[in-house]
Design a binder for this molecule. Sequence first.
Ligand code: PSV
Ligand code: MN
Length: 381
Amino acid sequence: MIKDQLRQQRIETPSWAYGNSGTRFKVFAQQGVPRDPYEKLADAAQVHRYTGVAPTVALHIPWDKVDDYEDLARHATEQGVTIGAINSNVFQDDDYKLGSVTHPDPEVRRKALRHLLDCVDIMDATGSDTLKLWFSDGTNYPGQDDIRARQDRLAEALAAVYERLGEEQRFLLEYKLFEPAFYMTDLPDWGTAYAHCLKLGPKAQVVVDTGHHAPGTNIEFIVAFLLREGKLGGFDFNSRFYADDDLMVGAADPFQLFRIMFEVIGGGGYTNETAFMLDQCHNIEPKIPGQIRSVMNVQEATAKALLVDRDALAVTQREGDVLGANAVLMDAYNTDVRPLLGELREEMGLAPDPMAAYAKSGYFEKIAADRVGGNQAGWGA
Ligand code: PSV
Ligand code: MN
């Protein structure tokens, strides 16, 4: 039963995780890194090949701009994956210094909106049903711009994108506490994102990037609340020690990841309607194994969350048995689920240890030898 649920898990990897990255201050080059979106998809297919649960890949526009998106989608299918969420990017243009859809100049706002609508065209061409919207909009100084007017501008742009969505399409609105703006962010928290989505309707949902909160925030509470309201669209999973560190998910706080998955399962969110995406970019580790590790970390947290004896938990909760209830949860968390996942992989025709299987495959040696010349892809380009 637990194995069946794990077999059906779907974790989406981000195209930008396969390009060069490093720290916020330096993008370090690695051997064999993709030179274009086609090679990124080939690498993402390796993650799916060894884990069996990562069949979709998120694109970031314009980092993954190509002439023919239908051809790119075909290539993905040939590699054994499909294209997932389309991530918009209105944060890397000189025009956006004071904001994109909230910019005081209507011309800049129009330009940003045009990009968002172009992203929906790309969804039509790739067959993707999810648009992910993140805005770097905000201000650095008190008085720099009018907070309320910026909310009006944001609402207007979101409504225009919402109108353009097809029947089967949706957008996920991403919030972030701070950065790059330091005084005020136009979408700083789940409440603001939720309020905008609620006004628009069912095709607008909130995405929780696990790195986008103040330290100590109870993220699983947000998850439980949004699920209850039908507004949890998905996750950008990553780990943080300090701020938006964008490290491998489950590396900093595997217990938090378990608590999140526990709420997801309890709230009925463990379905394909919820997008379980990775969003990692400040990584010095090798690209493909880094994604494999992250996928495995999500699988392990999920397996533990599925193991929680919910009947026993309900009894202890009803009886007000504080220690007993906590023990039920911790018993599941402290279970070593690696043998279970190894068995599952063998049943799926995979090697029990995806990291070892990938290392043995020779793929890295091949791309390191083949991908010589050209421009390596990198975060932000
Ligand atoms: C912003 O920090 C963010 O989380 C958004 O999802 C962007 O699209 C992504 O990072 C870029 O790495
Ligand atoms: Mn994100």
